[in-house]
Design a protein around this ligand. Structure first.
Ligand SMILES: [Zn+2]
Ligand SMILES: [Zn+2]
Length: 434
């Protein structure tokens, strides 16, 4: 707080020099998004946005407001509560590039709390990685190469790039601030992180003083999202389905409500919600259930369908999008819209498999063969919906609810069996979980 009076002092100094004061004010207002071609109007707009007495005059109230620590992003009063593009992916990674003079473990902890704050209400999932990232956090001083210089101690404390074209975004904190972890003895890092993260997710400033997206910093004892913060972020990123989080998934392999099944590098993967199980060729489960994101970062939960291409890539379908992975690496520019790579395919498919050089897609009770450039041709019907399809030896295995069919040609010459006969419930060489 010691240096926050800088601007006021400067203004006091130039009080008798209206020209200098005018230039300083103009620079300030312009920086934060006000149209300074008409200065009295710019001052009025500033006063209105911040609930001050509106008179267009640089009075003490207005000046001391301007001297408070705040976010470096503009107020955007002409387009209030505007939100720009959003991130397509719901599973986001972040990386901390440097910790400045701060204690890494405390930064990490505060950031996790800040990310959780947004995650708790939306379909977003954040993960801290050392290398790969969608969001990059760092501490910087003064000119730091993004044409958005910090200003030394006081005033501007942070800024973030909004999502543009789904590119990576940067969250910067002014290293010259007197940061603190707990309480009010300095600028509270956690509170600032929640705010800047809001920008990185596509939210703009709002003039509700209790909102976390209000541009000026004030320490709050119980810092939390307001109703309007929650409504705005859920508008962009959906409402969190708590049933998935709280789903008590039976860790044994009685698999009834799986989302998809596919075979990759000799292991059979079964997906359900945000978890997967891996089975070996004999049908034995080889490890405990795992989070899908541990193996396939950025992949959303509740996948519709998956298949393996001839070049050993896994394609995952969900809704109108698809993801392409080589081992655990999401290939560049994914996810894509189905329309771009699978034009003419049925929407929201139930299952997919490559069999005898043909890509088969299943949707409701229809079987389609799909050829790039030609689209899909209906090649038959099934009696029961197919949730997943794999190839085993020369046979096509179609998984339905509680049963699976082993077919030597598409949907003919099939032998039906109970699904639990396919996956063995004991984990080999380890203790089975009840
Ligand atoms: Zn801001
Ligand atoms: Zn910056």
């Amino acid at each position: 707080m010691r240096v926050q009076l800088l601007l006021v002092l400067l203004l006091k100094l130039v009080e008798n020099a209206p020209v200098g004061r005018h230039i300083l004010m103009k620079k300030y207002l312009k920086q934060f998004g006000y149209d300074t071609d008409n200065m009295p109007m710019a001052v009025k707009n500033f006063q209105q946005f911040h609930h001050l007495q509106i008179n267009g005059k640089m009075n003490e109230e207005t000046l001391s407001m301007m001297d408070k620590p705040r976010c470096g992003m503009p107020d955007d009063i002409y387009n209030m509560a505007f939100h720009g593009p959003v991130l397509q992916n719901r599973n986001l990674s972040y990386k901390v590039e440097n910790y400045g003079y701060l204690v890494p473990s405390e930064v990490d902890e505060a950031l996790k709390k800040a990310f959780d704050m947004w995650q708790n209400y939306t379909e977003l999932n954040f993960k801290h990685f050392k290398r790969i990232y969608v969001m990059r956090v760092n501490f910087n001083r003064l000119n730091h190469g993004d044409k958005n210089d910090f200003d030394g101690p006081g005033q501007m404390i942070g800024h973030a790039t909004p999502p543009v074209n789904n590119a990576q975004s940067d969250i910067h904190f002014d290293l010259d601030e007197d940061w603190t972890w707990r309480g009010d003895n300095g600028i509270n890092f956690f509170q600032t992180a929640v705010h800047e993260l809001g920008h990185a997710l596509g939210l703009s400033h709002i003039n509700e003083t209790d909102s976390v997206m209000y541009p000026y910093y004030t320490y709050k004892e119980n810092y939390s999202l307001t109703k309007s913060d929650i409504a705005r972020i859920q508008y962009l990123y959906g409402v969190r389905d708590r049933s998935i989080d709280n789903q008590v998934v039976n860790p044994t392999c009685i698999i009834l409500n799986y989302n998809t099944i596919f075979v990759y590098e000799n292991l059979t993967y079964v997906f359900r919600g945000k978890y997967y199980w891996a089975f070996n060729e004999e049908g034995y489960r080889i490890e405990e259930m795992r989070l899908i994101n541990e193996k396939w970062p950025f992949l959303p939960s509740n996948i519709d369908a998956a298949y393996v291409t001839d070049s050993n890539k896994v394609i995952f379908f969900k809704g109108l999008q698809y993801w392409k992975y080589y081992k655990s690496r999401l290939l560049k520019n994914y996810p894509k819209l189905n329309y771009h790579g699978y034009s003419g395919a049925p929407e929201r498919i139930d299952a997919a498999v490559k069999w005898n050089n043909t890509l088969l897609l299943f949707k409701d009770t229809e079987i389609w063969s799909y050829e790039p450039g030609k689209g899909s041709t209906s090649i038959g019907k099934v009696n029961n919906i197919v949730n997943a399809a794999i190839v085993k030896g020369n046979d096509l295995i179609l998984f339905g609810h509680r049963i699976f069919s082993r077919c030597t040609s598409i949907n003919t010459n099939c032998i039906r069996e109970n699904i639990s006969a396919y996956f063995k419930c004991n984990i080999r060489n380890t203790t089975a979980v009840a």
